[in-house]
Design a binder for this molecule. Structure first.
Ligand code: ZN
Length: 395
């Protein structure tokens, strides 16, 4: 470390402040102990500690077990303030709106799920979200002040520079809307916005199957199919927020028309809607995802065949992606991943067949751990991360 005395007074102060925080991170300490351990003058330590307490970064505790012998009172010790931040997380799908308040360990304090047609009206979906959140915040009582921010996930491209929903046929009623800014205005806390697959990737890295990894391809296979790319520890969004459009890679040039305008996209074969339609003919009751999951676990031959086929098509597309990016893991998430094993086996088979042998051999391919909670937890991870960044900038 460079000699802090050679720096400006501000830099010296920042250096000393970081030193005190490091010491307290290691163990709670009294002011006298901080002086001894840091080698700083008592007046310097007192000034820094007073500021840190005012900023709620440090709290003073009375340690009953180790009384200060000189004055016969419990010793006063300082320790880092527990992170007691709460965030609002919103997971908007094509057909649902899920909202939660989560703590800094991503535990869900309160949540609400409403089935609704999100695609057809941005006004209705955002109005609904504002009302539900206002009720949740009111219900928190005095803990309302712990809410530091929020984030929203949408199944659409989000321009990382402007924060607007990108043009195209994916979510046409939302194009050019600025949902984060609108919620921020309504609710008075900062909001961030990202694509739902990106949030799934963030969640699996922060709390799920990909903890500790820095290169991940997360596939969200639901009504739509998208990928979240984490490269070298950070989300890769592309220049206009469209990176990872896995669902619109053509797999059959003569295939059916896709909602994006191309023909034979992966989505026209492997979306939940398509898979349920493929499963329907031999069954009388309407096919649902829950029913499909039951059939798979009962060893139904047809269900296993359909999901294996879909996995192989998806794996063919993923083989090209892993050849280009050489990630540590492919994690399968979204509704379709609930049907699990046969889908995973199909993906593995195609990647082994079509990716470079060295790349395929080292690649871990797994189901996501967070299932239907992935987008909500990813929104919480994004909101907590943004808060930390803006706090760091203010320091
Ligand atoms: Zn398409």
């Amino acid at each position: 470390v460079a000699d802090p005395n050679a720096r400006s007074p501000d830099a010296r102060r920042d250096f000393n402040r970081a030193r005190i925080l490091d010491l307290l991170r290691a163990a709670p300490a009294s002011r006298a102990e901080l002086c001894a351990r840091s080698g700083l003058a008592r007046s310097t330590v007192t000034g820094l500690v007073t500021d840190l307490i005012a900023q709620r970064a440090v709290v003073e505790i009375l340690d009953e077990r180790t009384p200060d012998r000189r004055v016969g009172r419990p010793a006063r010790r300082l320790r880092l303030a527990p992170r007691d931040d709460l965030v609002v997380a919103i997971d908007l799908g094509h057909r649902h709106c899920r909202i939660g308040v989560l703590d800094s360990c991503a535990r869900i304090i309160v949540d609400d799920y409403t089935a609704m047609d999100v695609d057809s009206s941005a006004d209705r979906a955002l109005g609904h979200a504002s009302t539900v959140i206002a009720d949740m915040l009111a219900g928190l009582g005095p803990d309302r002040s712990r809410v530091v921010g929020g984030a929203i996930g949408l199944p659409a491209p989000v321009n990382p520079v402007t924060g607007t929903v990108g043009p195209g046929n994916v979510l046409p009623k939302w194009v050019d809307r600025h949902p984060a800014a609108e919620l921020q205005r309504n609710l008075g806390v900062p909001f961030a916005l990202d694509n739902d697959a990106n949030l799934g990737a963030l969640a699996e890295i922060a709390f799920g199957v990909a903890r500790g990894l820095s290169d991940l391809i997360y596939v969200k296979a639901s009504t739509g199919i998208g990928a979240g790319l984490v490269l070298r520890g950070g989300l890769y969004r592309g220049s206009t927020g469209r990176a990872g459009e896995l669902g619109h890679v053509p797999v059959d040039p003569a295939g059916p028309l896709c909602r994006c305008g191309n023909r034979g996209c992966l989505e026209t074969v492997a979306s939940v809607t398509q898979v349920l339609a493929m499963m329907q003919p031999p069954h009388e009751r309407p096919m649902t995802m829950a029913r499909l999951v039951e059939l798979v676990s009962a060893g139904d031959v047809g269900a296993n065949r359909v999901l294996g086929d879909v996995g192989r098509v998806m794996g063919r597309v993923l083989a090209d992606v892993v050849n280009n990016l050489n990630p540590e893991m492919v994690a399968l998430g979204g509704e379709l991943s609930l049907a699990g094993a046969p889908l995973l086996a199909g993906v593995r088979e195609s990647i082994d067949r079509y990716a470079q042998p060295g790349i395929a051999r080292d690649l871990r391919i797994q189901l996501g751990e967070l299932g239907a909670d992935a987008q909500l937890l990813g929104a919480a991870a994004l909101a907590l991360g943004e808060t930390e960044q803006s706090l760091a900038q203010r320091r």
